[in-house]
Design a binder for this molecule. Structure first.
Ligand code: ADP
Ligand code: MG
Length: 377
């Protein structure tokens, strides 16, 4: 990783008794596009506001460019924020909106003009200087807000769901634009979103938060293909999850597991007999067979097929009622609704997630564990 420009060390934030950011540790690299992703209320905005200086952490240390920032006002930190509600002044034209901060700082007029022109060309709004916010589209207003934020050449730009108010099509277009802008500017973007697709599209790395806890930080492919926790597996994309006990492993790392419904198979480099884990397998890696498949006791009935253009989504209901989602690429054969089939996958396509607690979970109430628990065999 490149040098860290923002470091967050053991940061906790309480609002009264409400512990909203829990022992957060994160390094943000110089020049990277980092997304903070998680459901509403998980602490994304609070984290961003602590970096920006609008909020003070209860415990822990935040540094920007190696310097502790707790005693610095927002304007003294080399960061700038773009808010979801663009916060443009309606009575000022685009030029004056973008120039506002420089005027406050008493920068000389010719320099202001040059820098405003520069910032507007960065966001591809040359020639829009005389327009008022009401005369702009949502996407253009968003770009004005960004021009205003980059005019001070911040080293870090903090963006809090900046595309939240735009419709889907414009949003997709702005995602690409913002990503390109970040590359052109070469500054660090810390981008808050609750939209996993947006995070996957735009980011160099993604930090996934849940209930104040950083669950995983990594490149998009790792977050998707090697989720570290059940929450991440569930939140990013669609997946089929089984709770299971690890039973045995062969020399190649292929692992036999016992789930509530029966035997399943995966691959695990950290096999531990008797441990309860989650096995996660993506719909596009989930396969169906007319005949039983050795290693998988997953018989089910096809409930429905939904054609969505690029794939057909098939829902299979297992005998214990668990719903399994299967994505068949367009053109491949699709099983008939009502038909009985067996679900399986390639063991190397299944991700095994080690639950931290390892405690016996309700799902195993009706399973005889004695033969699986270490030492009792
Ligand atoms: N100023 C505040 N005072 C009290 N509680 C707050 C304040 N801001 C946020 N919270 C609470 O902190 C938690 C995290 O909020 P927030 O960081 O805004 O989440 P997110 O941006 O991920 O939706 C929520 O439970 C929210 O209600
Ligand atoms: Mg928020």
């Amino acid at each position: 990783m490149a040098k860290a420009i923002v470091e967050i060390k053991n940061v906790n934030k309480f609002y009264g008794d409400n512990h909203v950011v829990k022992d957060l540790n994160m390094e943000i690299a110089e020049g990277e596009f980092l997304s903070i992703l998680g459901p509403s209320g998980c602490g994304k905005t609070t984290t961003l506001r602590m970096i920006a200086g609008f909020e003070q952490q209860t415990q822990g240390v935040i540094t920007v460019e190696g310097e502790r920032v707790e005693n610095k006002e927002p304007f003294e930190r080399n960061v700038n924020t773009v808010f979801q509600s663009y916060a443009l002044f309606p009575h000022m034209n685009v030029t004056d909106n973008v120039a506002y901060g420089l005027k406050m700082k008493k920068v000389k007029k010719p320099e202001i003009s040059e820098r405003v022109e520069n910032a507007l060309s960065m966001v591809q709004l040359e020639g829009f200087g005389k327009r008022f916010p009401a005369q702009l589209s949502g996407g253009q207003r968003q770009r004005v807000a960004i021009a205003r934020a980059i005019i001070n050449n911040p080293r870090v730009l903090l963006l809090d769901e900046p595309l939240g108010a735009l419709d889907m099509k414009l949003r997709k277009q702005m995602q690409i634009e913002l990503k390109n802008l970040q590359k052109r500017l070469g500054i660090t973007f810390v981008y808050v979103t609750h939209d996993q697709e947006e995070a996957l599209t735009m980011s160099d790395r993604i930090a996934v938060m849940n209930d104040g806890v950083l669950e995983q930080i990594g490149v998009p492919a790792d977050i998707y293909e090697k989720p570290a926790t059940k929450f991440v597996a569930d939140f990013i994309g669609e997946t089929n999850i089984f709770e299971a006990i690890e039973v045995s492993a062969d020399a190649a790392g292929q692992v036999a597991l016992k789930s509530e419904i029966g035997e399943i198979t995966g691959t695990d480099s950290e096999f531990s007999e008797g441990e309860i884990v989650y096995l996660s397998v993506r719909p596009e890696k989930t396969l169906l067979s007319a005949a039983p498949v050795s290693g998988y006791a997953l018989r089910g009935t096809v409930r429905e097929n939904i054609y969505i253009g690029t794939v057909t989504k098939t829902t299979v209901i297992l005998q214990n009622g668990q719903e399994i989602r299967v994505a068949n690429a367009a053109g491949s054969s699709v099983p008939e609704a009502g038909s009985a089939l067996y679900v399986y996958w390639n063991p190397s396509d299944a991700v095994i997630i080690h639950s931290k607690s390892g405690k016996i979970i309700d799902a195993f109430e009706n399973v005889d564990l004695s033969e699986y628990v270490e030492g009792s065999a």
